[in-house]
Structures are given as C-alpha cells and as structure tokens.
Design a protein. Structure first.
Lengths: 248, 306, 368
C-alpha cells in the first residue's frame, strides 16, 4: 500500500444547534484502501460522509479529500469522487445505456470515452443484451452492480458507498464485493458503510463510530484481537452497546 | 390445526407485455406457536407472500389459510385476528407515540389497557416518549412502536415483513429477543429477513429466491443438507487468492466470507492438495482450514444449484 | 362508533398539525374575497374623465357638474377641440370623454332633443362599456328630472333598470362564485389527497389489514373537512355582509343548508378521486382539471353560460358548482325561498349521493 493519503481528517466536527452530530473525528485513508465506516443508526456516519463529499459544511476541524479542502474546494471534490447509495442510484425509467450516458455526461466526459467505456462495462456486467432495457426491469442485484459501475465510470480517486448491498442476495453481494476489490486494485479508494458485519471483514481497515466519535479504527484482525472476540459482529456490539444516544 | 398453510400460491404482476412472476407455486405450513422465517433477498417475493397472507392481495393461483380461515373468502375474520407490520415504517409520523397506540387499539376494537400485559415489555421502553411524534423517533424506537401497534389487539398470528432491515446490529439483536418472548406467549410469528444470520433465531425457515422456495427446514436441518466439505482460506492478497481458487479443479465454488474465502470442495480429502496448489501460486501468509457451513453458505449453494 | 370517532380524531390531528396547510385553507376565502372585492373589481369609482364642451351653457354646465359630483367620475380636464380627444386617450389615464355639441341648452329646451356624445377608449371593451353605461345613466337621470320639472311631452324616455343589483356591484356575482370556488378547493382537493396520502405513506396497508370498514374510513375522512368548510362559509358570509355590503336577502338557514349540501358533493367527489388514484400528484391534477377549472369556466361565475356554444352549455349541467352558484345567487341576492330552488337542490343532492356511493364502491378492500 502506498503512503499517499487521499482523505485526511483532523478534528472534524458538525453541530446542529446544541447537538453535536460528529464530534472531532480524525483519521486518514490511504490510496487504494477499502475503508469500512461502521456505526449504529444515529452514530453520525451519514453526517460525516456528507461532509467528506462536500455536501455539508463542517462546523470546525480540517479535512482534505482527494487533495482538496472541504471548505473551499467542494466543487473540485465532487468532480473527483463517486457516490452510490442503496436509496439513490439510477433512474428506473431510463435504459441502462441512457443512465450511463447521463451520469458520464454530468462529469463532462467526451463522447468517445463514454462510448468505449460503456461497451467495456456492459461486457463486464453481462448486460450487453439489456443495454436498451429500462433499469427498472432489471433484478435488484444487477441494478446495484450497474450503479456501482456508473459511480466509478468517471474514474474518480475515491468512491463513497452508502450501504450499497442492503437487501441484495448473498451471491450478488459477493459479486459486488469482487467489483469493489477490483476497483481498489485499480487504485480507486473505497469508502464504504454497511450493516453486514461480514462485509466489515472485507475491508482493509474499519472505523467504528459511536455517539459521533470514532471509538475504534484498525484492521479487522487487529480489532478482533484487541476486543478479544471471534467476529466483527461482536466487536461492533461491544462498542455500540456503550452508545448513549439513539437516532437516525 | 396449522396456524398458516399455503398451497401452491402463485402471483404475477405487470401487463401482458412484461410480467414479473413474484411467486411461483409456494407451499408450506407453519405450526402454532412457531417462529417461522422467510429468508431471502429483495425481489424474492417475500412482501407479496405477506400481503397475500394478510388478505391485502389476491393470489393468482393456489389457496392459503391463516388460523384456519381462507385468505380470500374469510378476509374479514383474518383481519380481526392477525397483526401486521409492513416492511416500510407505516405509522402516522405526525401523531405522537401515545396517539398512534390509541388509534390502532381503537381500530381493532380494543384498548391499550386491555392488552397492556402483552405489549408492556416492548411498549414500556418507548412509553417515556409517549408525547413525542412518531416521525421524531429513532429507527429502533420506531420499530418498537410499530411492533407494539401490531400487537395491541393480541393477534394470534403476527406477520413481520423485514422488521430488521436498515436497523443496526444492536437493535436487531434486541428485536429478536423480543420475538422470542412473544413466542412464549403463544403467538405464531411469520417473519421475513434478508439477513441470513438471523435464520438461526427461527424455529424453522424457508429459503426463498426469485419466487420459489429452495429449502424448508430447521436452521440446523438446512445446514445438515449441506454435504460438501467446506474450507476457509486466507492469504495477504485476497483478490488474487479468489481468482486462483476459482481456477482450482477440486472446488465446486469459492466466494469471500468475512475474513476468509469459503471454498466448497467437490469431495473430501483435498485439503492438502489445495494448500499445495495455492503455495505454488506464491501466496503469502496462507491459511487453509476446515469450516462449518452457515445458512449463508447453504443459500449460496442452493442458489447456484438452480 | 368508537372506531369512527378515533378515526375522525386522527384526521383532525393531521390537519391541525400541518399548520401551514391549515392556514392556507382558512385564509384562502378571506384573501379571495378581498382580492375580488377590492382589487379585481370592474366597478367604476372616481374614474377620471375629460369634457369637451362646445356649448358652455346652463344645461351643459349643470350636467357636467352633476357628472363630476357622482362618485363614479372625476372631471380631470377640460378639452377644447376634437383633436384633443385622441391625444388624451393616448396618455392612457382618461378612458372617457363627454362631448357636448354647440347649443346644447337650446336644442334641449326648444326642440326637446339634444345630443351628448360619449367617446370611450374601447381598448378595454368591458371597462368602456361600464363607463359609458354609468355616464349614460347619469345623463338619463338628469334628463328625467328636467322632463318632470317642465312636463314637456317629447323627451325620449329610456329606462334601464338593473334589478337586484341597481349599482351593478361586482360583489353580487363574485361572492357566490368565491363560495363555490373555495368550498371546491378545500373539499375536493384536500379530500382527494387524504386517502392517497395514506396509500403513499404505507399506512393504508395497516388500515386494510385491520377490521375497520371502508365506509368508516371514507366518512371519517370527510368530517373534518366538512367542519373546516363551515368555518369558511361563515367567514365568506361575514365578509360579504360586513365588508362588501352584500346583503343576504333570503333565509340564512337555507343558504347554509345549501352550502353544506354543496360541500358534501365536493367531499364525495374528492373521496372518489382519492379512492381511484395511487399518487397525490395524480389526485391533485385530477381535482384541478376535473373540478376546479370547470368551476371557474362553466359555473357561470366568470362567463355567462347563455353565451357559450351549445355543447359547453350541455356540459355545464354536470358541473355541481353551476347549480350551487345559481342557488346562492337566488337565495342570497334575490331572496327567494326553497320553493324557487328545489330543482337545483335536488340535482345537487343527486350528484352527491351518486358520487358518494361510487367512491365507497370504488374503495379497494385490497392493495391491488
């Protein structure tokens, strides 16, 4: 793993009135890493992720994403990251090809680039025959895989995945993770949240948020060792049980 | 008498041009007082199944009974007897916790006081917030409120459609503990989930995929049906390891499984052969060990068999 | 019954907690009455006019004084020749010029026949019509008076009396119109949304899986909006009587009864839309196109039905607002009793029952 840091966060804080959603978190993510971001509902994951994507202004602290400052250069950040979530992904009433074209168009990619890469992706996903079908007619697992391909279509430095595999069948879930591995090997840093604890094991390093703070950050092996448990599930439960606050 | 019976239930959606076969001839029975799990991913047909049993949808084919009553003919009787918690949070967000409870109690011709004993354990956890609007509750509390509302009329059968989806691991554990205690009160529970690990909490489960049941058994029984030897393998570069495993002849299937990759072997006694094969591929810190299959292994196995 | 009351209570909570919508619903009639009453009026009040008097004699001067003294006109300037007329109109401020030919007094007194020319800027034909009508009325009035004084036989006597609304006050026609419109909006649109919203929120799933009967759901949803509409009826009537000086000539009791009947018709229509659509968007769209536009266009409130082509006249018969508008005009302005409006009332009642039965029939006891 190279020493290049693509995300640097130092004392990042977000307050909503008297409520501190994210409480001075600090961490770094290396290039090509699969960085797992876990936490119970209401722990502050989504807020933290929004700040890193340049969608929400931090209250205080420092953060650089893809080499850009989250306060001043959020437009540049947006151009250099990809984003995908279970909830927001593709337009169901557009075809596979139209969706790809639309998202690639947003990032200002050339027609030539779009055409070539679309062909590659359709082949990878075995979607060549479905290229002109509406996305809404695809099985859920395929949609998720397609959404991921679209999120990294413009070859971003970092891709943020917000619970990308919720409700997906176990076979497709693994195919999905294989795509994540391949993206990471190609040098794209992956920042992922998940409720599946076995998926936490696939990550290079895992960070667990409790009540707006980072309570643990290490490789899955090291975490299991230091908490003296057999699985990430138990690590998570040990940590999350300490949480005082609940919320979404 | 069985609490729930289904006999060759089929359901199609859509127009003539494009139809989606949501359920392809589903049959099973649920005993009284059982926790029966419908385990399967999104799009497996879980919600259609629940809606047919709660009389909200008509099956295209087949028959089903709940508490001995036909889901088509006797829908009015069934609606009085069952509790239903849909997959989406379906309470009134602009009503308070107490107002929601009272409303649903009255709709079912009862009152909170009448059945307080049954919901007490769950409801007491959210009662301190009885004047808070339901929309302002946390995910875990919403779920408890929804469950209390579904239980308030002391249903004989409880239908829970994906109650733990999108809920964190801690709240999920608590929820299953609550279900265990409801079972002790004699309520039959049909619950669906996309999380394979939750199968272990049920008395019996049906693994469903694409509208069909792949297997019905107790969790232990399902695992017993998995007869191939299973190995867990890990090394420094997990992606390359997986690619190499897929090329190995003695394997039936290989896939990531937590910290390890699981390798389903075609026959017994190939452990050393696999280790030699991988060592030749120069994998660092290689570890190969026997593994016990879980429900998820069984699900993957069954899915690939079809 | 307990179920029903609990359901009504729940609906009241929904409405009460959505303060913004509630204020819009209650404020709408007030705003509309004020807009129609003061801003959009086509009444004439202190309109600036010009006079071109070639006679400058007793008769013309006193007539001009009379016109200027009326509350409709204000003599803004005096012109000296015909060329000034067009110039004045170009300025845009003056819409009417009254021209007295030479020897006005003489013609009037000796020949009993005098001419006055009313020149109006007809780029706004409605306004031009009203202005000339008002001026004509004042002149006729004057003529009548001098005729009586002198008992001379030859003067032309044209009587134009405006029955029920002698001053041609716009309020007389728009108060019934606004009532129809507001009740329509509150009842149809809001109830159209209310059942669909439960479908969208997913709560309908639980309601359907419970023992509550569809009739109770539908009726319980209508009750709070009926109450809300009563408040609106009251505020419209109070504003009409005390702010716009529109009298209630007929029985107040009958008027309120008819309003409730119309409200129920609208509620039934809204519920029908609600039980046959699946999204709030569609429901709003249907209630706008299906109810609101016809109410404005085909009720006779904005455009007289007699002037419409025959097909539209026929279509206007299925618009409940048309009948309500006729009833309110008759009861409120003409002051007639039920004996004169029983036919319209019966038609409305029939529409209401028809819509209600269909909406209960159409209510799906299952999801699909």
């Amino acid at each position: 793993m190279s020493g290049e840091k693509v995300i640097m966060v130092d004392g990042l804080t977000k307050r909503f009135g008297a409520f501190t959603a994210v409480d001075a978190i600090s961490f770094e993510v290396n290039k090509g890493e699969i960085f797992g971001f876990l936490g119970a509902n209401g722990a502050g994951k989504t807020t933290a992720m929004r700040m890193l994507c340049g969608l929400s202004m931090p209250t205080s602290g420092k953060a650089r994403v893809a080499g850009y400052d989250v306060y001043q250069e959020n437009e540049k950040i947006k151009r250099n990251i990809g984003y995908m979530s279970q909830k927001f992904s593709l337009y169901e009433d557009l075809t596979v090809k139209e969706n790809i074209r639309f998202y690639a168009g947003i990032y200002g990619k050339s027609d030539h680039f779009i055409k070539e890469k679309t062909a590659v992706i359709l082949k990878q996903l075995f979607l060549e025959k479905e290229a002109n079908k509406l996305v809404g007619s695809l099985p859920p697992g395929w949609k998720q895989k397609l959404a991921f391909s679209v999120a990294i279509f413009h070859e971003p430095q970092i891709v943020f995945l917000d619970e990308p595999t919720g409700g997906v069948d176990p076979v497709t879930r693994r195919e999905f993770w294989k795509m994540i591995y391949e993206a990471a090997e190609a040098g794209i840093t992956v920042f992922v949240t998940t409720h599946y604890m076995d998926e936490a094991e696939y990550c290079s390093r895992v960070c667990i948020m409790v009540d707006g703070r980072i309570d643990a950050l290490d490789t899955p092996q090291a975490l299991k060792k230091s908490f003296n448990t057999a699985s990430m599930d138990d690590v998570f439960i040990k940590l999350a049980r300490k949480a005082v606050r609940t919320g979404d | 008498m069985q609490a729930i019976t289904l006999n060759n239930i089929e359901k199609k959606y859509g127009s003539k041009k494009s139809t989606v076969q949501a359920l392809r001839g589903i049959s099973f029975e649920v005993d009284k007082g059982e926790i029966f799990g419908i385990i399967g991913p999104d799009g497996a047909g879980k919600t259609s199944l629940f809606r047919i049993l709660t009389t909200l949808l008509l099956p295209d084919n087949g028959t089903a009974t709940v508490d001995g009553f036909d889901v088509v003919k006797d829908y009015k009787i069934i609606r009085r007897r069952v509790g239903y918690m849909p997959g989406r949070f379906s309470l009134y967000q602009d009503l308070t916790v107490g107002e929601n409870m009272n409303f649903f109690a009255t709709i079912f011709n009862t009152s909170i006081e009448e059945n307080y004993g049954l919901v007490k354990e769950i409801y007491s956890q959210i009662e301190p917030f009885r004047d808070r609007r339901a929309g302002k509750l946390s995910g875990g509390m919403k779920q408890k409120l929804a469950l209390s509302c579904a239980l308030i009329h002391r249903p004989s059968v409880l239908f829970l459609d994906e109650p733990t989806t999108g809920v964190d691991a801690v709240s999920r554990k608590e929820f299953w503990d609550m279900l265990k205690r409801l079972k002790e009160q004699g309520i039959t529970i049909l619950v669906s989930t996309p999380y394979m690990d939750e199968a272990a909490m049920c008395d019996r489960v049906a693994l469903v995929q694409a509208g069909s049941i792949m297997s019905i058994n107790s969790p232990a029984g399902i695992i017993r049906e998995f007869t191939n030897p299973l190995l867990a393998v890990k090394a420094d570069n997990m992606l390359h390891l997986l690619n190499d495993l897929n090329k190995y002849e003695g394997q039936a299937d290989s896939y990531p499984f937590g910290e390890y990759h699981h390798v389903v072997m075609k026959e017994k006694g190939l452990e050393n052969d696999l280790e030699n094969y991988l060592q030749k591929k120069a994998h660092q810190n290689l570890e190969v060990k026997a593994a016990t299959p879980g429900i998820e292994d069984c699900f993957i196995h069954l899915m690939k068999k079809e | 019954m307990k179920q029903f009351i609990a359901f009504v209570k729940k609906e009241v909570h929904h409405i009460w907690r959505d303060k913004r919508t509630m204020f819009i619903l209650l404020g709408m009639p007030i705003v509309q009455i004020i807009i129609f009453g003061f801003a959009l009026t086509n009444e004439v009040k202190n309109s600036k006019i010009a006079v071109l008097d070639y006679s400058r004699d007793d008769a013309s001067t006193s007539l001009i004084r009379e016109i200027g003294a009326s509350r409709y006109f204000e003599i803004d300037r005096v012109l000296y020749n015909n060329n000034d007329i067009e110039k004045t109109f170009r300025g845009g401020e003056i819409r009417l010029v009254i021209v007295f030919p030479p020897h006005f007094n003489e013609s009037l007194k000796h020949y009993n026949k005098a001419q006055v020319q009313l020149v109006a800027d007809a780029s706004d034909p409605n306004l031009a019509n009203t202005l000339t009508y008002y001026a004509g009325a004042i002149i006729m009035d004057y003529q009548k008076r001098i005729t009586q004084d002198r008992k001379l036989p030859y003067t032309i006597h044209t009587e134009m009396r405006m029955l029920y609304n002698p001053e041609l006050k716009g309020a007389y026609s728009f108060v019934p119109g606004v009532m129809a419109m507001v009740l329509m909006l509150v009842c149809t649109m809001m109830t159209a949304i209310t059942i669909v919203r439960e479908k969208e929120m997913g709560t309908m799933e639980i309601l359907l899986a419970s023992p509550i009967q569809p009739v109770k759901i539908i009726l319980a949803k209508a009750v709070p909006y009926l109450l809300l509409s009563m408040v609106n009826i009251a505020s419209i009537l109070l504003l009409s009587v005390f702010v716009l000086d529109v009298p209630i000539n007929g029985s107040l009791f009958l008027l309120i009864g008819e309003s409730i009947l119309f409200t129920l018709t609208c509620l039934a229509f809204g519920l029908l839309i609600s039980s046959s659509t699946d999204s709030q968007q569609t429901a709003i769209f249907i209630s706008l196109v299906g109810m609101f536009l016809p109410t404005i266009m085909l009720s006779g409130f904005m455009f007289p039905i007699e002037n419409m082509p025959l097909p539209l006249q026929i279509i206007s018969n299925v618009v409940p607002a048309k009948w309500f508008y006729m009833i309110v005009k008759d009861v409120m302005i003409k002051g007639v009793g039920i004996g004169a409006v029983w036919k319209e009332t019966l038609i409305l009642a029939g529409m209401m029952l028809f819509l209600l039965v269909i909406s209960i029939k159409k209510f799906k006891i299952r999801l699909a």
